[in-house]
Design a binder for this molecule. Structure first.
Ligand code: EPU
Length: 339
């Protein structure tokens, strides 16, 4: 196979801080710039680069989504429909909403990355998910070279999942996202850590801004800032098991935490599984399992994507050996073999 031309360094474009190259990097500021790209061609879509692990130099183009702008499509007594460009920083949109006292995304404060990436993995945190406010996405269809709308129900949003990363991968590129935000919003403080942070400040009936501030504080205390320590947030998804499997595990590991889901399944925190296997705070070379949150892997400095992947595989294997549960990566793993 042909050698990959080291055209553009990607170090500044991925929050793990991996020193890899793409053959080219294209800054997409208008949907029409996607016209030359068709399914089957070697290219990848990049947002903020905050949820990707690059394990080699990349063949073809990296298309960096930089379509920006926030505009109100509809405004009434209940709330607004807001349309944002895929390249807009997610937290910038959260700040925009909070500044106008519009509720629905304050629990998703400080999530790194872009608006366009938000529906792809249905971002979620502190008891809220994008799916609750998602109205539609505008996508560029690489097969037809046209734009179309994908409505909320159509998009298959689930736990860190959607059709955009499933059956539509390589076909639809999200150019804009439209959200339904509320004017008289009752904040969601279902998570104990959020309530506790508010209570510490003497707040029992919080405003949207106060919820956001509390969440920003919690995230800053628990999660490493990619500007200081390379990482991509949770490396793995939490594990989902059915009720029978949960009972078996609970018998063997009575101290195992789990969260009952509406569909009868149970979510087991992968952070706990990893910590129980002794990985929290451990490092191998320049890669570590973060000392304050075992679900996060960090690049201490100069780690390669391959090294991080090997460490992640070692952790998965040990969790599997101990609990019989398979950890699924939450980050996208990008690599092209040179052989
Ligand atoms: N836990 C441990 N040890 C750890 C980490 C977690 O035992 O080192 C256990 C504890 O029982 C804790 C539970 O896991 O109560 C949940 O931990 P936490 O609230 O930190 O959340 P998480 O399940 O580890 C998920 C998301 C995060 C999101 C938080 C807050 C996934 C893959 N991750 O993490 O999202 O911020 O909930 O709601 O679902 C991300 O996607 O990048 C991300 C950071």
């Amino acid at each position: 196979m042909e050698e990959i031309r080291r055209g553009t360094p990607l170090m500044a474009y991925n929050s793990f801080g991996i020193d890899a190259f793409a053959e080219s990097l294209v800054h997409i500021r208008q949907p029409e710039q996607l016209a030359p790209f068709h399914p089957g061609m070697p290219f990848r879509i990049l947002g903020g680069g905050t949820n990707v692990l690059i394990t080699s130099d990349l063949r073809g183009a990296v298309l960096r989504m930089e379509i920006d702008g926030i505009e109100v499509l509809q405004d009434n007594a209940q709330g607004v429909l807001v349309r944002a460009g895929a390249g807009q920083a997610w937290h910038g949109l959260v700040e925009w909403a909070i500044g106008r006292d519009l509720g629905g995304i304050e629990n998703l404060s400080l999530i790194p990355g872009t608006v366009g990436a938000a529906p792809v993995q249905n971002i979620g945190a502190y008891g809220a998910e994008l799916s609750e406010v998602f109205a539609w996405a505008e996508v560029w269809d690489l097969e037809t070279g046209r734009t179309r709308q994908v409505k909320g129900e159509e998009a298959g949003l689930g736990y860190r999942d959607s059709h955009f990363k499933g059956m539509w991968k390589g076909r639809y590129v999200i150019t804009h996202v439209v959200l339904r935000l509320q004017r008289h919003h009752r904040p969601n403080i279902s998570y104990a850590v959020v309530r506790e942070a508010l209570e510490k400040r003497g707040i029992t009936d919080p405003s949207i801004r106060e919820v956001s501030n509390a969440i920003v504080e919690i995230r800053k205390a628990k999660l490493p800032d990619p500007a200081c320590l390379g990482n991509a947030g949770s490396f793995f998804k939490n594990c989902s098991v059915d009720a029978r499997r949960y009972s078996e595990l609970k018998l063997r590991f009575p101290e195992m935490p789990a969260f009952a889901q509406q569909d009868g399944s149970f979510k087991i925190p992968s952070g706990w599984l990893i910590e129980s296997c002794g990985w929290k705070g451990l490092s191998r070379g320049q890669v570590a399992c973060y000392e304050k949150q075992a679900l996060v892997l960090v690049n201490i400095g100069g780690a390669t994507g391959q090294e991080i992947l090997a460490f992640a595989n070692e952790i998965s294997q040990s969790v599997f050996n101990h609990f019989g549960l398979k950890l699924e990566p939450e980050v996208n793993i990008w690599g092209d073999s040179q052989i």
